[in-house]
Design a protein around this ligand. Sequence first.
Ligand SMILES: CC(C)(COP(=O)(O)OP(=O)(O)OC[C@H]1O[C@@H](n2cnc3c(N)ncnc32)[C@H](O)[C@@H]1OP(=O)(O)O)[C@@H](O)C(=O)NCCC(=O)NCCS
Length: 159
Amino acid sequence: MNANAYAVVPYCTDHTENVWLIDRLCFVDPWLKRTFIGELEAACALNRVAADAAFRVLGFCFGRTIADEYTIHRLAVHPAWQRRRIAQVMLRTCMRHAALQGARHCHIEVRSGNTAAQRLYHACGFERIGIRNGYYCVGGEDAILMHCTLDGMPGSKNA
Ligand SMILES: CC(C)(COP(=O)(O)OP(=O)(O)OC[C@H]1O[C@@H](n2cnc3c(N)ncnc32)[C@H](O)[C@@H]1OP(=O)(O)O)[C@@H](O)C(=O)NCCC(=O)NCCS
């Protein structure tokens, strides 16, 4: 697949198998397949994938918009497609959609040792606002809390 031949689209059933596969490749604490199936019906979900016309998935960004907050729960790009700005495009797309829905803040937690993800979030306007010591069950690593304001995003109700 050409890395340019993808679109960021809403997550649907046809994506589940690929998303589950990428999750297992990318995380030490992968989600169960039934969790990804449940995401299809999850209330307040703002879930997007980078996929081609044949539903092949390159990456995914899953979160929830509740009141004025968009919280990202899971973000990954298939290892074969990393460093092509796919995560940045997905993240910015999701933030724009959240802003259109009325969200004013975006939050994310990231492992303290995950410098790649932290750099990505910095590049998208996030700042570190706190730490949760020993937060992750697998590995006992600290979680860095990061925040980005969505006010002023194109289309934002608070632009
Ligand atoms: C983190 C992750 C989602 C980044 O996806 P990606 O599509 O490769 O990221 P992008 O190409 O959009 O990178 C955007 C910026 O993030 C930073 N970045 C991304 N990957 C990086 C890496 N391996 N090392 C250093 N910086 C990195 C860079 O600043 C990059 O900009 P640049 O390429 O101009 O230097 C991907 O590495 C991944 O899936 N990792 C495993 C799962 C994970 O850690 N998810 C995040 C959980 S909080």
